[in-house]
Design a protein around this ligand. Structure first.
Ligand code: UD1
Length: 346
């Protein structure tokens, strides 16, 4: 049984991927500094899988501590690296926080990978590297545009750092997965997205408005050059996304890569507007979402969706779930999470 280090394993995509890894027989060690997650996410993982993964709480920017981790766990075979700051807006206010955290932690892991003979790494990247694309759908060959935010820039620079390091050490392996817009929660409603404070992303805002925590969803712009005027994204169900990581990690462990560094788009291939999200949510849940159209959000792009055919073909992976299923799971999670919080307070 291979042993996988999952950094950021108590976070949103990390926790869903940990569940899939455990269910497919992998052993998992999570490292997370809990800067944007909670230790009780481990309870959810344990309730779903029957296994509580090993957990180490520390900051991956601590170079010596990273080395110690690999001395303590000499049997780690590969890494899935999720841990990173991810708020676009905050990164504009605090660029050094983003550059330091996202880049130093990656470099510490790459260094340790080399020192401790780890096979490879799956890296969390983002479709943000494409900016506003010239052609749709977006393939992996689309040009990388100048990043619109320090956060986006850390993803671009991270990919370059990995690529350069793998050129220097050809025995190392890595896969960057460029996520489109992950949404939804585990079908059990036991783990999901946990935004701190007011959500920035669309779907948590929708569910919080539906449940009454927020008064009104703001639709950022209805004057885009799209069929209904609202912006278009490729929303992918988080469990589908998590499954792609298992395929990628096997590809590394089984040495099936075409070259030692590969990049894949992970999306559904379907563009969905903000109004379609609201409408579909209302249809599948029967709950109304109050909204108001406001101005565009600075830095937002008009439309993007993936050409996922390379991942479909090469990884044998495909996003299976419908938008309705994904939104329903987000709603189930919102209800479960709030209920639990209320119980804890009572
Ligand atoms: C953003 C980042 C992306 C990052 C991802 C991480 C930008 C340009 N992109 O994606 O790099 O990887 O978050 O989570 O910031 N919307 C509303 N009302 C809301 C919230 C969102 O109308 O209250 C709209 C947005 O204008 C957008 C769509 O919903 O059209 C999706 O927004 P969001 O969920 O924030 O994701 P992105 O901005 O696509």
């Amino acid at each position: 049984m291979a042993k996988i280090l999952v950094t950021g394993g108590t976070g949103y995509i990390g926790s869903h991927t940990t569940v899939e890894l455990i269910e497919q027989g992998f052993e998992v060690v999570i490292v997370d500094n809990l800067s944007n997650s909670h230790e009780w996410v481990l309870d959810g993982i344990e309730q779903i899988t029957g296994v509580r993964p090993a957990f180490e709480k520390f900051d991956l920017c601590d170079r010596e501590r990273v080395q110690q981790l690999f001395r303590d766990h000499p049997d780690i075979d590969a890494i899935i690296h999720f841990a990173a700051h991810k708020s676009v807006g905050e990164s504009v206010q605090k660029p050094l926080k983003y550059y330091r955290n996202n880049l130093v932690s990656l470099m510490n892991l790459l260094e340790a990978m080399n020192d401790h003979h780890i096979k490879g790494m799956v890296f969390s990247s983002s479709c943000t590297v494409y900016g506003e694309p010239d052609e749709l759908p977006v393939t992996e060959q689309a040009p990388i545009k100048k990043a619109a935010s320090p956060y986006g820039n850390t993803k671009q620079i991270s990919e370059e750092i990995i690529e350069d390091q793998l050129k220097a050490v050809p025995s190392l392996r890595a896969i960057s997965l460029r996520y489109f817009n992950p949404i939804g929660a585990h079908p059990t409603g036991l783990i999901g997205e946990l935004p701190l404070g007011e959500p920035e992303n669309l779907v948590p805002y929708v569910t919080q408005t539906a449940i009454g925590i927020r008064k009104m969803l703001r639709v950022f712009g209805d004057d885009y050059n799209t069929p209904d005027g609202s912006a278009i994204r490729d929303y992918i169900y988080v469990v589908d996304l998590a499954k792609a990581h298992i395929v990628a990690i096997r590809r590394i462990l089984e040495e099936k890569q075409k070259k030692n560094y590969e990049v894949f788009n992970l999306g559904t291939g379907r563009g969905v507007s903000v109004f379609e999200i609201i409408r579909t949510f209302e249809e599948v849940t029967g709950v109304k979402v109050n909204y108001v159209v406001t101005g565009r959000r600075p830095g937002d792009i008009e439309k993007i969706w993936a050409d996922p055919s390379y991942a479909n073909r090469e990884l044998g992976w495909k996003a299976e779930s419908t938008l309705g299923e994904a939104l329903l799971s987000a709603w189930k999670w919102e209800q479960h999470y709030r209920k639990n919080l209320e119980k804890q307070k009572a």
